[in-house]
Design a protein around this ligand. Structure first.
Ligand code: HEM
Length: 446
């Protein structure tokens, strides 16, 4: 225990240490409670092993940016590897050459991403309009679990924009099977087989990766679409092999198909809870012609941006993630000598809601995002980092924001989204994200 002496923290209880507290709470809420009680660094014991919870913006900055070479990313790797591949950015422990090769050559790093997004506005708006109409029809028989519906909505949106077509029910089911198994492995926090043994996983995984291999090979033969894959094949600029291309397009759903629908669901929920903001947004959008909506319109609609930023602040879809200290070296950190391989638990929940930084932090107030606040709190800053920080910041952040904004504009200009008070909104920790799991909603035309 010596290296940790002096770091405050809750009393560990034999034999689990503080692990039961994590089992019984949502990790970001527990981390925030530690922040309030013990300050910016807290020592906890997880089944006999010490770990550190970070709530101090400077320490988080050091881990993710200025001293990042002393830390690595591991926890996800073992659990999520079967759903991803060796080409998946998410899984690289360090920012080594292999990671930087994929990051540089990733579809979302291409110079024509803006051009691509501009072309997707009318394509996706059309698809979203049809999907919303289906939700209106579904609402005629009552409210429905909203987050699962948004997962499908975004899944289809991702597919349309990136590979030019929706992938269908079988692909969505395969995705859910794989995501469920990855989630179980993540939650198990223990040992599991290298490859999941379940037959249904094996079948789903084979179909899933075969589907993306076929999509890439077909696109190579006839790259005429407006989707990102065809654009990449036409424009070049990426050195990814054909196989790696299939892998990175398949990865999108595992790195983003919980967080992005979570962000959309939360924003619609917060607007329903704060009808004055919902009306203001509806008014603002009525001054834009939705029929001829452009990327510029979306970018210039300040209130749309403010509603989304405020939602990502107050209910960040990824509220908790981790690093480990250097594999071999003891490091000097926060004034302490920390032994190799110590897990660090990082959350943005506490800092996104810190009352000295954010006046009335629990109030949903999009207006707080005036120019001064936006300049002082960009996406990668001390008190606002919904997409992580530093070199490993989310590569899909602008795409994710684009999809959420476009979907939100389409919803708000066409329907009222209402949420049932019972059962009350409840989030859960799913696939590494804060998922609005229990929340029933419905859509009625304006
Ligand atoms: C609201 C939506 C999203 C949120 C809140 C979110 C959040 C995050 C966060 C917090 C990280 C950093 C994790 C860490 O440092 O350990 C991350 C990484 C990542 N995200 Fe996102 N994300 C979103 C959407 C997307 C989208 C749309 C894509 C792709 C289409 C995507 C792909 C990735 C990838 C590949 C990484 C790993 C990057 C790397 O390690 O170099 N995300 N995301």
């Amino acid at each position: 225990m010596e290296p940790f002496e002096g770091i405050p923290g809750p009393i560990p209880r034999f034999p689990f240490g503080n692990a039961l507290d994590f089992k019984n709470s949502l990790p970001w809420e527990l981390c925030a409670k530690y922040g309030e009680t013990y300050g910016g660094i807290t020592q906890v014991w997880l089944l006999g092993k010490p770990a550190l919870v970070l709530n101090d913006p400077e320490l988080i900055e050091q881990v993710l940016i200025s001293k990042q070479e002393s830390f690595y990313k591991d926890k996800l790797r073992q659990a999520a590897r079967p759903m991803m591949t060796d080409d998946s950015l998410f899984l690289f422990p360090n920012q080594d050459q292999d990671w930087s090769f994929i990051r540089r050559n990733h579809p979302l790093s291409m110079t024509y991403v803006q051009q691509w997004l501009a072309e997707q506005v009318s394509i996706l708006k059309h698809q979203f309009t049809e999907d919303i109409q289906r939700l209106v029809d579904r609402s005629k028989s009552g409210s429905f679990p909203f987050f699962p519906a948004m997962k499908r909505f975004i899944f289809d949106g991702f597919a349309r924009a990136t590979v030019g077509r929706v992938l269908g029910n079988q692909a969505f089911e395969d995705y859910l099977v794989m995501a469920e198994i990855a989630d179980k492995r993540l939650q198990a926090r223990g040992s599991y087989p290298e490859e999941p043994t379940e037959l249904k996983y094996q079948q789903a995984s084979q179909r899933w990766f075969r589907l993306f291999a076929n999509i890439v090979s077909e696109a190579k033969k006839n790259p005429t679409g407006q989707d990102l894959l065809c654009l990449m094949i036409r424009e070049g600029g990426s050195e990814l092999s054909e196989q790696a291309l299939g892998h990175v397009f398949a990865e999108i759903y595992f790195s983003a198909n919980f967080s992005t629908p979570g962000g959309l669901t939360n924003t619609l929920y917060l607007l329903d809870q704060n009808p004055e903001w919902r009306s203001r947004l509806e008014n603002e959008l009525s001054s834009i012609s939705m029929d001829t909506l452009t990327l510029e319109d979306l970018q210039q609609c300040l209130l749309l941006e403010q509603c989304v930023l405020e939602s990502l602040r107050i209910l960040p879809p990824v509220a908790f993630f981790g690093r480990n200290t250097h594999r071999e070296k003891t490091i000097s950190f926060a004034g302490y000598q920390i032994p190799p391989n110590t897990p660090l638990l990082i959350s943005n929940w506490y800092l996104h809601r810190h009352p000295t930084h954010w006046p009335n932090p629990l109030v949903y107030n999009p207006a707080r995002w005036d120019e001064a606040t936006r300049t002082a709190n960009p996406l990668d800053s001390d008190y606002f980092f919904p997409f992580g920080r530093g070199e490993r910041i989310c590569i899909g952040r602008y795409f994710g924001l684009f999809i959420i904004k476009l979907a939100l504009a389409t919803f708000v200009s066409q329907v009222q989204t209402k949420f049932a008070p019972e059962p009350p909104y409840k989030a859960s920790f799913q696939l590494g994200t804060r998922s609005p799991e229990i929340l029933n909603g419905f859509c009625v035309p304006l």
